[in-house]
Design a protein around this ligand. Structure first.
Ligand SMILES: Nc1ncnc2c1ncn2[C@@H]1O[C@H](COP(=O)(O)OP(=O)(O)O)[C@@H](O)[C@H]1O
Ligand SMILES: [Mg+2]
Length: 272
């Protein structure tokens, strides 16, 4: 139950520094933004800029060095079942079968489902993800793309209020990727969630998100926030529109500039 109608996620002047051999390495530099209920925010920016670090704060794995991140107005005390996290490296348990992986979250006290309901949920997601024939397989027997689909199934199965997704479709072939994007939109349409998605794909960000935040090279700051004007539910034909193309050029230019800035920073570091 939500107490008030404020932002669901709030970054308030967040700074993150990690210790390094050359002193404190600043990764996140004074970042403030909010995500409202039901919003879908895509975060895009050069590799190594600090995106995963930002998501890890919301997931409850990293604390800001300065500033705060609030979830429904409260400081984050650690990980919780309200947040479904899909890690950049597939978060599946190698010691559990496909079906046991999906059932895992449903056995935790916070989301406990009766065995028959659990079975129905597992079957449904195995079918949706094309894993129905692999219920008793071990993750090591699956391809990278299948493991990624398993991680998605596991996160969706517990119906979390928040989805925190770190390049969740990166290891998928183009066709499966499109299918997984559409399935995500379908899940959101029926369940309504607040989403933070990290992606390298400008097209994916525009197709899925209601807002894109473009981050700078490290130490990362917000370069620009872009509202995506397309209504939900979205159809793949939106890719063909002039508006989509204009957004794509604009976001691509911003991201390319940040990659260029990062490359020149790296050269300067090598030089000194
Ligand atoms: N726990 C950590 N300790 C030290 N350095 C870290 C830690 N986590 C991330 N970093 C560094 O912070 C920077 C940003 O990492 P990350 O957030 O993973 O970037 P991105 O997800 O944008 O590629 C990188 O230089 C990385 O090496
Ligand atoms: Mg990352």
């Amino acid at each position: 139950m939500r107490a008030e109608a404020g932002p669901r996620i709030e970054f308030d002047r967040v700074v993150v520094e990690f210790p390094s051999s050359r002193g404190a390495l600043r990764v996140v530099d004074d970042v403030s933004f909010t995500i409202a209920d039901g919003e879908f925010v895509a975060i895009i920016g050069p590799s190594g800029c600090g995106k995963t670090t930002m998501m890890n704060i919301v997931a409850g794995f990293v604390n800001p060095t300065r500033g705060r991140v609030l979830l429904d107005g409260r400081p984050i005390a650690g990980p919780g079942p309200d947040r479904g996290v899909i890690f950049q490296e597939y978060g599946v348990f190698p010691w559990l079968t496909v079906k046991e992986n999906i059932a895992f979250g449903l056995k935790l006290a916070a989301n406990r489902a009766a065995p028959s309901e659990r079975d129905a949920i597992c079957d449904r997601y195995m079918r949706l993800m094309g894993l129905a024939d692999f219920a008793d397989a071990w993750p090591k027997m699956l391809s990278g793309g299948m493991r990624q689909r398993l991680a998605l199934a596991r996160a969706y199965a517990v119906r979390p209020q928040f989805l925190l997704m770190d390049e969740p479709f990166g290891a998928l072939d183009a066709q499966t990727r499109t299918a997984m994007q559409d399935l995500l939109l379908q899940v959101l349409q029926t369940e309504g969630k607040t989403v933070m998605l990290i992606t390298h794909s400008v097209e994916e960000a525009i197709y899925l998100a209601s807002r894109i935040i473009v981050m700078s090279a490290r130490p990362t700051r917000i370069r620009e926030e872009i509202r995506i004007p397309f209504a939900y539910p979205r159809a793949e034909s939106v890719h063909e529109t002039r508006e989509f193309n204009e957004l794509r050029s604009h976001v691509r230019d911003l991201v390319m500039k940040e990659y260029a800035a990062q490359a020149s920073q790296q050269l300067a570091r090598v030089a000194d």
